[in-house]
Design a protein around this ligand. Structure first.
Ligand code: BES
Ligand code: ZN
Length: 878
């Protein structure tokens, strides 16, 4: 076992390996509790390494059976082996073949890293450091090898045998009940992209013809009996393949592309070359079991993992510090894909909501770190919102700064220069510098400096001079290890809007400061003077959310109303409505308001009249208020989640009451009797209908309960059924309990649907919820061994139920702390993720802060913690 005193790994200590492994030939004999792995490695000295070095391979809980070098058994005095590593003494030949035989127990693998057996299926998860749990290896991303994998298993147990690459041979083992398959992947890859699967699975397959006319078999393999739930994922896969050809000029490169869905999986999905392995939550969908949001999630994750084939696999990362090179870039690509397939402004709004909720929260607490961290103890803890979402924002800013054409040329250069290599952020940025002719040195600071910059903007209109001056400043707060901050390069897309709603032309005194509505703030402050401004303008700043910053403006309420009514930028139009609602809720938290401004509800009615029918998905985003977590972030210190809840509820119910009739009419009008289709337009109408229902219920619980009850009974799809149940869940009484019971009875054999049921109950903002969760932990469908169940019940509680996780008596913290400690023995990665729910504990009011700290200390003091949990607990307390 690794200990909690994991050493610190530093970027500055990077050096190439002393050896390279050009070829790997694996022979895996699958048995539930004693799988044998024979690895034949073609090793040679690395010209960039130190000559005369010993060969040191990593392992993790391995049992070595035999080892030979160039066909000769190695004498015991030539090597040292333990479960965590294998070292062979120098001198070693310039090039040699190493044959290593190990034994592993997939059934006992509860960490779900390496080779494990879950629900009767053998599968692997190797990123980041799981390959070392299969065989001893140079388990790091800059060692690229060509893999050939032979898998052998009992035919009944595992009729389907898959690995990376193309199938080159298969057959029976004469005289036995066993068979084998041999797969070859011609593309050199790092060990973290290795995968194999063995099991009884149903397959949905089709042929895809690439742009250049190559035939590819695309196949999705799912648990027996669920083939018809894989159709949407297969469709999303084909659309992703086409999109990458069209938008980035990237074709698929093997003869087959396999996707396997498994029910026990730590993450969402994994991009192993030619053999993606998915959490079945991101594959399986039917109108009866999946919501529109689930469909959208499947589309995103399928696209994301597919896009990694070029950004991640063909070009991989030199070391794990460069993780955002593949993850941030690939998130950017999947966001663009979804924008093109659905609505761009709605997708942007949803992504920014997510960024603020996850990444801004992370950036403002003890777990803040740069997009490219400088050091880590446990790499699994750095698959964060910062690396992913802020990493994607950096790529987006780059495109805004240099323009779409230069951006595409830069991407082409990146593929041309670095295909087949393990690259760095510098390599990546160099391509865009080359393509655009710009110096990106200062921009690169985005990768190094943690924390969310705060941009303030103040406008001054001079009617006599017909000029408007905009003063901008930026400041980034200190984060762990970074007390002093430098100014960043912040692209600010902007426009000026006249009071009547007219978009004013941008002419600046100094000439060309502004090009295409873009101002680049790259110092601590700047002023822009616009000339020829005939009326007092309202500035629309940070259009499309052009940089991941907090914007503080001096806009009056009246200005925000102008933006809400007239801004041609959809994102900022939505943002204006959110800013107004945020102000009302903040005033209510301070006790300075007990109602909502009638001008706001009137503006909402006006907005619905204009847009509800033409753009329901967008309207649904406007009707969704800022979350309690958004309000907490605005307040920033001495947070009282109960006070925020009350203020939030007040504002929501006043809006619901004021708009009641309009919303009921809308609700009725949006009803559709057409058969369910997951397309964006239909999903938009359902989203608006559910948003209306939620507001109606807030304003008039009796009316809401009645509508929701009927919707729950009559729904022919999960989006409407679950939308209704979510409304009912907030209204205490027998109606709610009956609906919850009916839902559970209907889906008792469907764990993925029961996850929604667990999550919903965990999110009820009532004191009884704690006991409800403890009961649900004993429910037959719940299991601590399944990551999806743990996330649904305990993750939802800790991450979304602000009032109950933050109970004043501290019992919410205690439940999560105890769960983390128990779970850590089984699955450290999932335990560590759950513990990040404490990431903003220092911002709480004193009473809760003290209780949260005590719970964190209890975790930190618990004996034999994994490095994963020890790292999160330690940094959270720093
Ligand atoms: N490479 C990751 C999967 C991964 C994450 C492996 C952490 C090991 C540790 C994969 O490409 C990924 O990013 N998956 C995301 C979903 C995606 C749509 C952002 C995930 O699993 O959450
Ligand atoms: Zn990824």
């Amino acid at each position: 076992m690794r200990t909690e005193n994991a050493p610190v790994i530093r970027l500055e200590d990077y050096r190439p390996t002393d050896f390279l492994i050009d070829k790997v030939s694996l022979d895996v004999v699958l048995e539930p509790t004693a799988t044998r792995v024979t690895a034949v490695l073609a090793v040679r000295g690395n010209p960039a390494g130190r000559p005369g070095s010993p060969l040191v391979l990593q392992g993790d809980e391995l049992k070595l059976l035999a080892i030979s070098l160039d066909g000769e058994r190695l004498a015991p005095n030539r090597y040292k082996a333990d479960p965590q590593g294998l070292a062979i003494e120098a001198p070693l030949p310039e090039a040699f073949t190493l044959t290593i035989e190990t034994e592993i127990n997939p059934s006992a693998n509860t960490k779900l890293m390496g080779l494990y057996r879950s629900s009767g299926i053998y599968c692997t998860q190797c990123e980041a450091e799981g390959f070392r749990r299969i065989t001893y290896f140079l388990d790091r991303p800059d060692v690229l090898s060509v893999y050939t994998t032979r898998i052998e298993a009992a035919r009944d147990d595992a009729p389907l045998l898959l690995a990376n690459g193309n199938l080159i041979e298969r057959g029976e083992i004469a005289g036995t009940n066993r068979h084998f398959a041999v797969w070859h992947d011609p593309f050199p890859k790092p060990s973290y992209l290795f995968a194999l699967v063995g099991g009884r699975l149903d397959t949905l397959a089709e042929t895809f013809i690439t742009a250049s006319g190559r035939e590819v078999e695309v196949a999705i393999h799912v648990e027996a009996g669920k083939r018809d739930r894989a159709a949407y994922a297969l469709d999303a896969l084909k659309r992703s393949m086409r999109w990458d050809e069209r938008v980035f000029g990237r074709e698929y490169d093997l003869d087959v592309f396999n996707v396997v869905a498994v029910s026990d999986f730590n993450m969402g999905a994994m991009e192993n070359k030619g053999l993606n392995v998915f959490n079945d939550k991101y594959v399986l969908a039917s109108s009866d079991t999946a919501t529109d949001a689930d469909y959208a999630g499947i589309e995103t994750v399928i696209a994301h993992e597919y896009f990694h084939n070029w950004t991640g696999n063909r070009i991989t990362c030199r070391d794990w510090f460069q993780l955002c090179l593949k993850e941030g870039l690939t998130v950017f690509r999947d966001q663009e894909f979804s924008s093109d397939e659905r609505s761009r402004p709605v997708k942007r709004i949803a992504d920014v909501r997510g960024l603020r909720r996850q990444q801004f929260a992370e950036d403002s607490g003890p777990l803040a770190h740069p997009v490219r961290p400088r050091s880590y103890r446990e790499i699994n803890n750095f698959y964060t919102a910062t690396v992913y979402e802020k990493g994607a924002e950096i790529v987006r800013m780059l495109r805004v700064l240099i323009g779409a054409d230069a951006f595409r040329r830069g991407m082409d250069l990146y593929f041309a220069h670095f295909d087949g290599t393990a690259a760095t952020i510098e390599d990546f940025l160099g391509c865009f510098a080359e393509a655009s002719g710009r110096d990106l040195t200062h921009f690169a600071q985005w990768y190094e400096q943690a924390g969310t910059p705060v941009v303030t903007a103040a406008g001054h209109y001079d009617p006599a001079a017909r000029s408007f001056r905009l003063d901008l400043t930026q400041k980034t707060p200190p984060t762990p290890g970074q007390a002093e901050k430098q100014p960043m390069v912040i692209p600010i897309a902007l426009g000026l809007i006249g009071e009547s709603g007219r978009e004013l032309t941008l002419t600046t005194a100094e000439g060309n400061l502004i090009e295409n509505g873009l101002f680049v703030l790259d110092g601590a402050s700047a002023s822009i003077t616009f000339t020829g401004v005939d009326e007092r303008p309202v500035p629309s700043l940070l259009r499309g959310f052009s940089a991941p910053v907090k914007l503080e403006t001096d806009l009056a309420e009246a200005d925000l109303f102008v933006l809400f009514r007239h801004d041609s930028d959809g994102f900022n139009q939505w943002q204006a409505s959110q800013t107004l609602a945020t102000r009302f809720i903040l005033e209510a938290v301070r006790g300075a308001r007990d109602d909502v401004d009638a001008r706001f509800t009137e503006a909402l009615v006006h907005f619905l009249d204009q847009r509800a029918e033409s753009d329901p998905a967008f309207a649904a985003q406007v009707l969704a208020l800022p979350s309690e977590a958004d309000i907490a972030r605005e307040i920033g210190r001495d947070i009282d989640p109960a006070a925020i809840f009350d203020a939030h509820m007040m504002v929501k119910s006043r809006i619901g009451a004021a708009l009641g009739e309009r919303l009921e009419a809308l609700y009725a009008k949006l009803h559709s009797s057409a058969p369910y289709s997951p397309d964006a337009a239909s999903a938009g109408r359902r989203a608006l209908r559910n948003a209306a229902l939620s507001l109606i219920a807030a304003g008039d619980p009796a009316a809401g309960e009645k509508l929701a009850g009927t919707q729950f009974k009559d729904a022919d799809n999960m989006t409407e059924r679950f939308g209704a149940l979510a409304v009912l869940a907030l209204i205490p009484g027998s109606g709610r309990e009956e609906a919850l019971a009916a839902f559970a009875a209907r889906y008792r054999d469907d764990p993925l649907v029961l996850d929604k049921w667990f999550a919903l109950q965990a999110s009820i903002p009532e004191a009884e919820t704690l006991e409800r969760i403890k009961d649900l932990m004993r429910h037959p469908a719940f299991s601590m061994g399944n990551p999806n169940r743990v996330r649904a019940l305990l993750g939802s509680f800790a991450m979304t139920n602000a009032t109950q996780f933050n109970r004043p008596d501290g019992k919410g913290y205690d439940l999560i702390a105890e769960t983390v400690i128990t779970l850590d023995r089984r699955n450290p990665q999932i335990a560590a993720r759950l513990l990040t729910a404490f990431r903003t504990w220092r911002m709480l009011e004193a009473g809760r802060r003290e209780k949260a700290e005590a719970a964190l200390r209890q975790v930190a003091a618990s004996p034999s913690l994994s490095p994963d949990v020890a790292d999160i607990a330690g940094r959270s307390l720093q």
